[in-house]
Design a protein around this ligand. Structure first.
Ligand SMILES: [Zn+2]
Length: 302
């Protein structure tokens, strides 16, 4: 039986996993994909054993001047890397503490992008706990689109602030996923940037809500340990280098069913992020769950 690497490279036994990850996948950046698009001899990589849903995508850093142009280009790159469904949030440019006007503008950009292929694109509503009323209004407005399946909390305000409560309550009522960016920076987090430990404090207050710990806190060894006892927090794989051991530890400590694939494209390449799961020393069944099944199940949970 062929290994994952052999299936993709078509080169049985000539390269070890480490070499493969270091060269083939990590080297295939979105920028290089941008150059590949339009060339006749590029055929999609066969990931058929692992249909992929990418739970973490953005419109920034993607070629194009309009949401439609960016999304069309984005889906072409998704095709090359074998991704069948994408979840997008936040428009462009990135703003650390968006005003109500910017929230609306960026959610509109996302709503427009979704129309490019509604069967293939879902999205989260971008909210800011420093503007609670505006965020609640945006949730009302955007959740009318059935493809809006969650909310995105970034770095405007820490997630253990009490101001989040009405936003979380509404998300829970809507059965929406709550995605919180988390990081543990050795140089110190931004003022409003949350750690996985702070997400735990929030999740304890709302045990019925569904949280995703974005980036696993960057320092994934600490992030995974922090969320381990809280079954309503899922860990997400996006946005760091494809380090060996990350996905293995997440599966070992949380169970494969609490691990969800995300890339953070276009800030990161699809390929480098896919390699974290594809190259992990876990079962084929676990990979299948992480790439798609867990996330689909999470969206359907009541
Ligand atoms: Zn992101």
């Amino acid at each position: 039986m062929k290994t994952d690497v052999e299936r993709i490279s078509g080169d049985a036994g000539s390269c070890c996993r480490r070499d493969f990850l270091a060269t083939t996948l990590a080297g295939l950046t979105l920028a290089s994909c941008n150059q590949l698009i339009g060339k006749e001899d590029v055929s999609p990589i066969n990931y058929s054993a692992f249909p992929i849903w990418d739970s973490h995508c953005h419109l920034s850093s993607i070629f194009g001047n309009s949401p439609e142009e960016k999304m069309t280009h984005f889906l072409k790159i998704a095709d090359v890397t074998g991704i069948e469904h994408v979840v997008i949030y936040m428009g462009w440019p990135f703003v650390l503490d968006p005003t109500p006007e910017i929230l609306k503008k960026q959610n509109d950009q996302v709503l427009r992008a979704m129309k490019v292929n509604p069967d293939r694109i879902s999205a989260y509503v971008y909210v800011n706990p420093n503007h609670v009323d505006a965020s609640l209004n945006e949730m009302d407005r955007c959740f009318e689109n059935k493809g809006m399946v969650g909310i995105k909390l970034w770095v405007a305000s820490r997630c253990d602030e009490t101001s989040l409560a009405p936003i979380i309550r509404k998300a829970e009522k809507q059965n929406a996923v709550i995605f919180q960016h988390t990081w543990i920076k050795t140089t110190g987090n931004l003022k409003g940037e949350s750690t996985p430990m702070q997400l735990v404090e929030l999740a304890k207050k709302f045990p019925e809500a569904k949280f995703i710990c974005g980036h696993a806190g960057g320092v994934w060894e600490l992030g995974i340990r922090a969320i381990r006892p809280y079954s309503n927090i899922f860990v997400e794989t996006a946005g760091s280098s494809p380090t060996a051991g990350f996905v293995e530890m997440a599966v070992r400590e949380l169970g494969a069913e609490r691990v969800i694939f995300g890339s953070d494209a276009g800030g990161r390449s699809f390929a480098s992020q896919i390699s974290k799961v594809l190259g992990a020393d876990i079962s084929e069944q676990d990979k299948k769950m992480i790439f798609k099944d867990n996330y689909q199940k999470l969206l359907m949970m009541n």
